[in-house]
Design a protein around this ligand. Structure first.
Ligand SMILES: Cc1ncc(C[n+]2csc(CCOP(=O)(O)OP(=O)(O)O)c2C)c(N)n1
Ligand SMILES: [Mg+2]
Length: 322
């Protein structure tokens, strides 16, 4: 995973996490440049706004025994789980050497060697897949868990509710992590959702928490508690408030600047309050920007995936779905 924590003081760990957030942000900025140049097949849904949640969650997980799935918006989560940034970028850009040799694309990132099983472009479909991961971890009896990360829109999908029921019935070690960015494509969550997400999960018998990624320590503690609880063998749910900073897909809003997300700005403020000097924050940011730009540049110079490598369908590049 980005920014391992072993042998470091708390401030050092937090600074490394901050750097990892900047890595995701800068990676997405470089991907946006490629998208604008027409180099990304299909639509690209940037993780800008969920960097802090991605990193804090990724760092609670164990690549050797946990199984994580994510949504169409999973570049940051895959990186946070430890997927190789150049291979992720190659996959997004449809290049040879990508996670799936460039044939699966931005919405279908697979890095099972890191614990990141897959992301999925069908809203909510990654959730039952993580239940399979939880079942497999349970059967292997090594203390692993399944983790599904999904959005507030996906939370209203039948497959998600069915999986909560199944996870509770089978008592699976499965953590449902809902990133609430308040929007599903163009529909505001308040216009599409009745009641509370936590109460809904609790009604299936899951233990539920909520956290705001703007509050670093609270979010870290909540995710840590939720993973620890799930690892003991029962299903749980966490709602994490995040933001969506660049529209549903990149290009559907005018905004093209990449200032830090609100959660990252709050994180920087918290670090300053702990006595971390501005110079260290800037150094972390610059290192992340340099590394991320280098990863995406390396991917962009790789050859395109052979269109006929998997099936004739792959001759048709790009998607029309939102
Ligand atoms: C089953 C299904 N329905 C609709 C879509 C189109 N679609 C793609 S993303 C999306 C919104 C998802 O919202 P949310 O779960 O909140 O995730 P976010 O985009 O906010 O991260 C929709 C409706 C789809 N891909 N799959
Ligand atoms: Mg949403």
């Amino acid at each position: 995973m980005l920014g391992s924590c072993r042998g470091r003081t708390m401030n050092e760990v937090a600074l490394k996490q901050y750097q990892s957030c900047w890595f995701i942000r800068s990676f997405e900025k470089a991907i946006a440049v490629q998208a604008r140049a027409g180099n990304v097949p299909g639509l690209v849904h940037l993780s800008t706004g969920s960097e802090v949640a991605d990193i804090l969650l990724g760092q609670q997980l164990d690549p050797t025994r946990d199984h994580v799935t994510g949504s169409h918006r999973s570049h940051g989560l895959a990186l946070a789980c430890g997927a190789d940034p150049v291979a992720v970028a190659k996959e997004i850009l449809g290049r040879e050497g990508g996670l799936s040799d460039g044939l699966a694309g931005t919405q279908h990132l697979l890095a099972p060697e890191t614990g990141f099983l897959t992301s999925n472009g069908i809203v909510g479909a990654q959730v039952p897949l993580a239940a399979g991961g939880a079942l497999s971890a349970n059967t292997a009896a090594v203390g692993g868990i399944g983790v599904a990360v999904f959005g507030d829109g996906a939370a209203n999908q039948g497959a998600v509710l069915e999986t909560m029921n199944l996870a509770a019935t089978l008592n699976l070690p499965m953590l449902f992590v809902m990133y609430n960015n308040g929007m599903a494509q163009t529909t505001a969550a308040v216009d599409a959702t009745s009641g509370s997400y936590c109460a809904r999960a609790e009604s299936f018998g899951l233990t539920a928490w909520s956290a705001d990624s703007d509050a670093y320590t609270d979010c870290l503690k909540t995710l840590r508690d939720a993973v620890t609880y799930t690892r003991l063998g029962s299903p749980a749910f966490v709602e994490v408030t995040v933001s969506r900073d660049h529209g549903h897909y990149f290009g559907d809003e005018e905004r093209s600047e990449f200032p830090p997300s609100k959660a990252m700005a709050c994180f920087a403020k918290w670090l300053s309050e702990q006595g971390v000097k501005d110079q260290l924050l800037n150094t972390a940011r610059c290192a992340a920007e340099k590394d991320a730009a280098a990863a995406v540049a390396a991917a962009a110079s790789a050859p395109f995936a052979a269109a006929n490598a998997l099936s004739p369908w792959l001759g048709v590049q790009g998607g029309t779905d939102g």
